[in-house]
Design a protein around this ligand. Structure first.
Ligand SMILES: NC(=O)c1ccc[n+]([C@@H]2O[C@H](COP(=O)([O-])OP(=O)(O)OC[C@H]3O[C@@H](n4cnc5c(N)ncnc54)[C@H](OP(=O)(O)O)[C@@H]3O)[C@@H](O)[C@H]2O)c1
Length: 269
């Protein structure tokens, strides 16, 4: 076996996008820690990848919406100094509007998409900073910038992932840590069954395979992108959006309300 490039801990690795990350990162020379709830799926993927690549592949059965299970995975990130990559991929979605959604299910989605991702990042970062290297890949979604498309809590949770990733880039880039937010469009996985709209009901021309999605996302990482939108044909379109956001930031806080609110008289009085 060749020297490891460090261990990658991947959440939601039992199927879909996470299982493809596991395959690609093992083939790039990483040992793996695969996290998800489905023990059988994790075990069979781990066996296949260990046989095919010779890498060391461990599995951790954990429900990341359970505080006790989440703490167990946090402890692995805090104590295993061999971990150099965290892929925050586990997530669930929904397609239904607010009036057709159960708020308890929405809260559970926030626990997985937001709380687990946040706690795992907090567990990983101090070690990465101490060692002066590490990579965090956060799987967001295009609904982060298009929250009108699916369920609003799902869009909001993915907007959190994007905003949090921007702040991580800002805080950690000069400490040798790479951070990438990946914004997949519709991708052919079981996600859509869980979300309530089977993927075959979507127009085929807007659905990417999970293989292409992950290969494009890793190519984006290699290019040094901090935000990767695998479907967007022209990256300049995203760059203009970011430039407009950043240009506005100097004008977002002021002692004086904007003139359009006509408060001048009260301010003068
Ligand atoms: N597919 C799309 O169109 C699409 C588009 C944009 C973004 N995304 C994002 O991509 C990520 C991966 O989704 P996917 O499309 O690969 O979906 P998927 O095929 O349904 O896979 C989701 C993964 O997350 C795991 N998971 C779900 N609930 C979990 C929990 N409570 N604790 C631990 N693991 C859990 C699942 O494994 P177990 O069931 O074994 O726990 C599975 O491995 C998600 O964050 C999703 O929001 C997907």
């Amino acid at each position: 076996m060749t020297q490891t490039k460090g261990t990658a801990l991947i959440t939601g690795a039992s199927t879909g996008i996470g299982a493809i990350y596991a395959d690609r990162l093992a083939k790039r020379g990483h040992d793996l820690i695969l996290v998800a709830r489905n023990k059988q799926r994790l075990a069979s993927l781990a066996r296949r990848l260990a046989n095919e690549t010779g890498r060391n592949v461990e599995t951790v059965e954990a429900d990341l919406t359970s505080p006790a299970d989440l703490r167990r995975v946090e402890n692995i990130l805090k104590t295993n100094a061999g971990i150099s990559v965290l892929v925050n991929n586990a997530g669930v979605g929904a397609a239904a509007p607010l009036v057709a959604s159960d708020v308890d299910k929405m809260e559970e989605m926030i626990r997985l998409n937001v709380t687990a991702l946040t706690r795992l990042t907090y567990a990983a970062v101090p070690g990465f900073v101490a060692r002066g290297n590490g990579t965090i890949i956060n799987i967001s979604s295009v609904v982060a910038i298009a929250p009108e498309v699916l369920n609003g809590v799902y869009g909001g949770s993915k907007a959190f992932v994007l905003a949090f990733s921007h702040s991580l880039v800002h805080e950690l880039a000069d400490k040798g840590i790479r951070v990438q937010a990946v914004l997949p469009g519709a991708t052919a996985t079981e996600f859509w069954d869980v979300a309530g709209t089977p993927v075959h009901q979507l127009p085929a021309q807007i659905v990417m395979s999970a293989d292409d999605l992950v290969d494009a996302a890793l190519a984006g990482l290699d290019l040094g992108e901090t935000v990767t939108i695998p479907s967007l044909p022209d990256k300049a379109e995203w760059d203009r959006h970011e430039a407009a956001r950043l240009a506005m930031s100097d004008r977002l806080s002021s002692a004086i309300p904007a003139p359009r609110y006509n408060l001048r008289k009260r301010v003068d009085a």
